[in-house]
Ligand binder design. Structure first.
Ligand SMILES: [Zn+2]
Length: 254
């Protein structure tokens, strides 16, 4: 029986009803889903990311020193989060996708943990790219980080693309770099056709990513926000749950 005296349990029950009443659920995840995995929110004051000023994309393109510094930082970070594993939140998203209700999850994260939870390429829409591999900025060829690291550590210089000699960069979207067209297009399509837009662990302050919930709402979807802290879009949501992601989402594991 539902315990209506517990507001969190009541909200979770409402969320369950809303999911069951939906045909197409769009998931939208941010840093909050990965904190339980040991990956800190990169904008939080204690985050190791905040110790350095980000390297703008333009500097990366034009300065070999900026590229060396970017790769140095990248490999230090990778060592810190090497053991990160999918959280209960990631597993719950995978359950919702397996149930057939959620075609894909749109994510602001670059940690690859949705893929690590078993999702396929077309089930994860990455708005900010992916930090678990590198890509050539000229021809787009993928290079594995272990390959880049081996050469970087041996020579002190980041290696060039094996195919065309172009500049290799972690496959993330950097400050000053254009948003990736195809993921933006696919995410917009999903936001337009869903009837429930489920935000999980995003503070909804990073644009243009944070525009998707309102876009979905304007297209007739109901909006649910599950986040530990309040967000600027709470007032527009049909249901807001301020609680730990893992605690809420573990109720939706299959
Ligand atoms: Zn290339």
């Amino acid at each position: 029986m539902r315990d209506m005296t517990d507001p969190l349990a009541a909200s979770i029950a409402t969320l369950r009803e809303m999911i069951q009443a939906s045909r197409v659920v769009a998931g939208f995840t941010g840093a909050g889903i990965s904190t339980e995995s040991g990956v800190p929110d990169f904008r939080s004051p204690n985050s190791p990311w905040m110790r350095h000023k980000p390297i703008p994309f333009e500097s990366f393109l034009h300065s070999p020193e900026a590229r060396r510094e970017a790769w140095r930082r990248k490999f230090i970070m990778d060592d810190l989060y090497r053991d990160a594993r999918p959280s209960r939140g990631h597993l719950a998203v995978a359950s919702l996708i397996a149930s057939g209700r959620m075609p894909a999850v749109i994510t602001q994260n670059i940690d690859g943990l949705h893929q690590a939870s078993g999702l396929g390429e077309n089930e994860v829409i990455e708005l900010h790219g992916n930090g678990t591999y590198a890509k050539c900025l000229s021809c787009g060829r993928r290079h594995e980080l272990d390959w880049v690291r081996l050469r970087f550590e041996a020579s002190g210089e980041p290696p060039e693309c094996e195919a065309c000699g172009g500049i290799l960069k972690s496959a993330t979207i950097s400050f000053g770099q254009a948003m990736p067209e195809e993921p933006m297009r696919v995410a917009q399509k999903l936001a337009a056709r869903c009837d429930l837009f489920l935000v999980i662990g995003s503070s909804l302050v990073v644009y243009p990513a944070a525009a998707f919930p309102l876009f979905a709402k304007e297209n007739g979807a109901r909006l649910v926000i599950v986040n530990r802290e309040p967000t600027p879009l709470d007032g527009a949501a049909d249901l807001v749950i301020h609680a730990e992601i893992g605690c809420v989402l573990s109720q939706f594991l299959l």
